[in-house]
Design a binder for this molecule. Structure first.
Ligand code: 6GU
Length: 225
């Protein structure tokens, strides 16, 4: 998979993309991450990327020209499954969306800032708009890093067997059951007996029961779906 990220703050991605799973996925050539600075494509003397909103009001709007030039350049080089736009005024991302996008070959992710991008970019180039939750971030970059992480870890070969995505919270619509490791007794805090029994069928039943219990208590909305 190849992911091209369009941003006015490219350095934000240095940390998340150079550690752990995303680092290994790139080393293994399972994913290619390309960060593009929108400002490099601005044709005006001051390298502007934003301008005042028509109709007035506070806040700047990201202008069409540098974003369009960059999108057209990328689209001339390969075909893209989707062009995503990160913005709080969109449908909220979930595990099902991650599963779907993990089957893509090429993706573009545009990160919004200020009051957002000119609506005509959204109307004519964007194929999917994504929010990561009902709160406001300063820009789409951290949200884009979240999307990339949740998608890339689902690509076959990225996770080892022991970190398998199949048993994650949300993958089956439930929260994960509690987990324990050694010691079995820490100053009187003991581990549920069943987990020490070696009976894999009983352990599986116990985990399903606890997952359901936890979901009912913390996220009953997940069960209503
Ligand atoms: Cl994608 N962008 C911004 N700026 N804020 C957000 C968001 C995205 N998702 C939730 N809040």
């Amino acid at each position: 998979m190849r992911i091209d990220i369009l941003t006015i703050f490219p350095e934000i991605f240095d940390g998340p993309f150079s550690q752990s799973m995303l680092k290994r996925a790139q080393e293994k050539k399972i994913v290619e991450l390309h960060i593009h600075n929108i400002r490099d494509y601005s044709t005006d003397k001051q390298k502007s990327v934003d301008d005042y909103a028509f109709g007035g009001g506070a806040g700047m709007v990201m202008m069409i020209q540098p974003i369009e030039d960059l999108i057209l350049k990328l689209k001339s080089e390969r075909s893209y499954d989707e062009i995503l736009y990160m913005t709080p005024d969109a449908k909220v991302w979930n595990q099902q969306s991650a599963n779907h996008l993990s089957m893509s070959d090429n993706l573009i992710i545009l990160c919004g800032h200020y009051k957002g991008v000119d609506q005509r970019i959204r109307d004519h180039y964007i194929t999917r708009e994504i929010s990561i939750g009902d709160y406001v971030l300063t820009g789409g970059e951290l949200a884009a890093a979240v999307i990339v992480d949740s998608v890339v870890r689902l690509i076959p070969g990225v996770l080892s067997d022991e970190t398998s995505a199949l048993t994650d919270s949300h993958q089956d619509g439930l929260l994960s059951p509690p987990v324990y490791t050694r010691p079995a007794n820490h100053n009187g805090w003991t581990v549920p007996e069943i987990l020490l029994s070696g009976n894999t069928r009983k352990v599986e039943e116990w985990r399903e029961e606890k997952a359901l219990e936890r979901t009912q208590k913390i996220r009953p909305d997940l069960l209503e779906k």
